[in-house]
Design a protein around this ligand. Structure first.
Ligand code: TYD
Ligand code: MG
Length: 450
């Protein structure tokens, strides 16, 4: 027995209420609430097949064997490949390359596993054109062009693949619901049904969802708590580089990134990413820092432009680092080096606009600013690592060993770092010139004296 229940869902943020409001109580958007009919299961149905709790020690510790996506970069972001039976959400702006990435991957996976690619946005012919462009070998990939959820679930049950892809969740619909495809209620209902199906049959499921920069299509956002892993595919229309970033991962670290380049024949992995974010020119206002993204060190240039201001409030803008960090670094320079930066505009940009979250980039930012201000290039062939404390001291950085190793690998000759442990310093003797400093003043004296 089942009865119907009316609920009201905000199409912007997914908040559920039991009555209609003109304005959403959560996100304050107007006229975004739509009525949905939800079927309510009777209690008898819920308790039909009850499971029993078991002692912890009885859980079998069978090792899960993940399967590879055939892209090292993609595998790393997933925490080492796809976990069987897991649910992955791949988000990104339209046109960024999500379909291309999964099609390339699915083609390779299908050589060893049964894979189903459900294309709800493109016809079979359109997928074929992409396929030819990607120059793929023969594969056993199954393709299904359909938008109706019940037909999709039927096909998944019939084929019982080990990996299925839904491209995209906004394009499929549950015909029992009145709302249009892509609405929050449709996205949620379809995902829940697909998730249950995947869990019951131990199918790894990858759902593609479009997310625009301003969050206008908030549908997939409301799915984040539902899935095991959320991955974002980022980039801009100007550069051909694409970044795969994990935002949530039940089976791995959330700080990992994967870097790709979109070329004529689809996506290509960038195995040596430090080379694309650095320029290796010794000019004033540019330094190189080494940040940590997950388990991987990455060299990135930091460019600064410091100019006398013509405004009553000097201009400060950043690309790739947070504006608050810049304000803090400027305050430290002003206080501890006695330089009146309030008379100067200051612009900061990282190499390729790469977003740096590692605070050990502070020293690089500070030296770039001072180098641009004084119009003096920094110490040639050097790299700067260290977080700036509010009292002007340079604080310890995480993973210094891997960062120094990356600098050596890139052929950097000098590295300016916070005080190291004796043993660490000795292990790099003759490989790189390490300068240990304890505050910003020492760093400036060492790296900006002509
Ligand atoms: P697509 O995978 O369709 O994006 P999404 O699924 O995220 O909407 O990628 C579309 C863009 O990628 C399109 O602008 C063209 C470009 N592209 C290439 O440059 N090379 C290729 O081989 C392919 C297939 C696409
Ligand atoms: Mg697509």
């Amino acid at each position: 027995m089942s009865s119907k229940l009316s609920i009201f869902i905000c199409q912007n943020c997914g908040t559920e209420t039991s009555q209609y409001f003109g304005k959403c109580l959560n996100c304050n958007s107007w006229n975004s609430i739509v009525e949905e009919i939800k079927s309510k299961r009777s209690k008898n149905q819920e308790t039909q097949h009850s499971k029993k709790a078991i002692p912890f020690n009885e859980i079998s510790s069978k090792k899960i064997s993940r399967f590879t996506t055939c892209f090292q970069e993609f595998d790393r972001v997933l925490g080492g490949g796809i976990v069987p039976g897991s649910l992955v959400l791949l988000g990104g702006e339209p046109g960024i390359g999500k379909s291309t990435l999964v099609l390339q991957s699915a083609a390779k996976i299908s050589l060893n596993e049964k894979v189903l690619y459900v294309t709800a946005e493109e016809s079979l012919e359109q997928v074929k054109i992409r396929w030819e462009r990607l120059n793929q070998d023969n594969t056993d990939l199954k393709i299904f062009a359909e938008t109706n959820l019940s037909l999709i679930t039927q096909e998944i049950k019939r084929l019982n693949p080990s990996f299925a892809i839904i491209d995209s969740i906004q394009a499929i619909h549950n015909h029992e619901m009145e709302s249009s495809p892509g609405s929050v209620s449709q996205v949620r209902a379809c995902s829940t049904e697909l998730q249950n199906l995947a869990k019951e049959n131990n199918i790894a499921l990858l759902i593609i969802g479009h997310v625009t920069k301003d969050g206008a299509l908030a549908g997939p956002k409301t799915l984040e708590h539902l899935v095991d892993t959320v991955i974002n595919f980022e980039g801009d229309n100007i550069s051909s580089y694409r970044l795969l970033r994990s935002i949530k991962n039940r089976f791995g670290s959330t700080f990992e990134i994967g870097i790709f380049e979109m070329v004529e024949e689809g996506l290509r992995e960038i195995k040596n990413p430090s080379s694309i974010f650095t320029n290796k020119e010794n000019i004033s206002g540019v330094t190189t820092t080494i940040t940590n993204e997950g388990t991987r060190p990455l060299a990135v240039d930091i460019q600064a432009l410091v100019n006398k201001t013509f405004y009553s409030n000097p201009r400060r803008t950043t690309t790739g680092i947070s504006i608050n960090r810049l304000h803090q670094i400027l305050a430290v320079i002003e206080k501890h080096l006695g330089i009146k930066l309030s008379e100067f505009d200051c612009y900061i940009a990282t190499g390729g606009g790469f977003e740096i979250n590692d605070p050990s980039s502070d020293l690089g930012v500070a030296i770039s600013i001072l180098s641009s201000l004084k119009n003096v290039p920094p110490l040639a062939n050097s790299s700067f690592i260290g977080e700036l404390g509010l009292s002007g001291q340079v604080r310890k950085s995480n993973n210094l060993r891997v960062k120094i190793e990356e600098a050596i690998r890139l052929g950097i000759k000098n590295i300016v770092v916070p005080k190291l442990e004796e043993e660490l310093n000795h292990s790099f003797e003759n490989l790189i010139n390490i300068k240990e400093i304890s505050n910003i003043k020492e760093a400036v004296e060492y790296s900006l004296s002509k």
